[in-house]
Design a protein around this ligand. Structure first.
Ligand SMILES: [Zn+2]
Length: 392
């Protein structure tokens, strides 16, 4: 299936395989290293099977089967599963969503003899939304949070409607905190019901916020650092060069664009490159390809001591990982070798606004059917952006 220069032989793929496989095969990036076939677990970023990721894949497939992929519920479940909170808290949210929390109303409906009124306020029936939001004991805690304005009009809604609606209005991190607080309030409710211990709203709120921060600090994956990086492009260190790279991807297209630019300590361009690469790649794989092609270009024009910048934070965090079995593994292996060959001083994340020249080159490359290279000259397509970078 491989043609010359280690690219997929499009004609052979189309004449041998089913149409459904054409796009999948042409989206598999190829590295330089030649080796035998290996088994890899598709659902893990490193291609390694773990029971946890197997369980998650099954749950994801069950949820996506139970609701169409575009429905608000499907969107909600995708968000829930990725929330940075403990599994226990996610299961609590899942139970509340399906109205199967053991509230008094729920226990009675399962045939258990009990009083259905709220055991704390003794005022109304205890449903999940009452226990978590509307009961004065919970209400006082929510009132102290910055979400109060958003929650105030929704607190009487059934829990599922409340979450569906909320997930469209607030960020994922905020949704995680709302779910965390809801879970903590359910734990507080249980303390009152089972042990007769009622906490003070301010203390409950303060401890919940503090424990959320602690859990986040301990469990946030180092491969998902928060988005940081400069807003404006800066000159490389004296005696070094800076390589900026970017990729241009349009979903459904059969190719991507790649842009790379290398500048010296004065901001002058040593070289720039813009090209298209055939294949239907994800944005992440496209950024990995841009990194490899940018480093290859630097090597070809014999530029060393290079600092690399990209606006893809995922690329920065995966370069150092061992991802031999992942989809992008072959490219990252090439990247590691190229890093050594150009004596790279490291790769850093910058915001898109600081990567404008590479971004324009990638877009130019997307619309071009040849490899465009400029050495010691400014490509006219980026002349304004280059000037702005130096002024800033
Ligand atoms: Zn109550």
């Amino acid at each position: 299936m491989l043609g010359r220069n280690r690219v997929w032989d499009k004609n052979k793929i189309e004449s041998t395989l089913w149409p459904v496989d054409h796009e999948i095969i042409s989206g598999l990036p190829l590295g330089n290293a030649v080796g035998g076939d290996k088994w890899a677990w598709y659902f893990d970023s490193k291609g390694i099977y773990k029971v946890r990721s197997g369980y998650r894949a099954i749950m994801d497939s069950q949820w996506s089967e139970s609701s169409s992929s575009d429905s608000p519920d499907a969107l909600w479940w995708r968000k829930l599963w990725r929330l940075p909170i403990p599994l226990k808290a996610r299961l609590f949210v899942w139970r509340a969503f399906h109205e199967i929390l053991p509230t008094m109303v729920s226990l009675r409906s399962r045939g258990i003899e009990c009083d259905v009124v709220c055991p704390r306020c003794q005022a109304v029936l205890e449903s999940p939304s009452h226990a978590i939001f509307d009961c004065p004991f919970s209400y006082m805690v929510w009132k102290k949070s910055r979400f109060w304005k958003v929650l105030e009009n929704k607190r009487a809604m059934p829990f599922a409607d409340f979450l569906r609606s909320l997930s469209l209005e607030i960020s994922l991190d905020d949704l995680a905190l709302v779910c965390w607080l809801a879970w903590k309030l359910w734990c507080e409710r249980n303390k009152v019901v089972h042990r007769g211990e009622a906490g003070d709203p301010q203390t409950i709120f303060d401890l919940s916020i503090a424990s959320f921060g602690e859990w986040q600090a301990l469990n946030r994956s180092p491969s998902q650092p928060s988005a940081v990086g400069s807003n404006v492009w800066s000159l490389p260190q004296p005696g070094c060069f800076k390589l900026n790279i970017d990729a241009s991807v349009i979903p459904g297209s059969d190719h991507i664009g790649i842009g790379a630019v290398i500048r010296d300590e004065k901001g002058s361009i040593l070289g720039a490159m813009a090209r298209s690469v055939g294949g239907s790649f994800s944005p992440f794989v496209a950024e990995c390809l841009a990194l490899r092609e940018g480093l290859r270009f630097a090597k070809e024009i014999e530029c060393v001591d290079i600092e690399v910048e990209t606006d893809s934070i995922n690329v920065v965090s995966t370069v150092e990982d061992n991802r031999e079995l992942s989809l992008e593994g072959p490219i990252l292996e090439d990247v590691k070798q190229l890093f050594a060959q150009v004596r790279s001083t490291g790769i850093h994340h910058i915001r898109r606004s600081a990567n404008l020249v590479a971004n324009l080159l990638a877009r130019f490359g997307f619309n071009s059917n040849c490899i465009n290279v400029w050495v010691n000259e400014i490509p006219s397509v980026v002349s304004n952006a280059v000037a702005i970078d130096i002024i800033d």
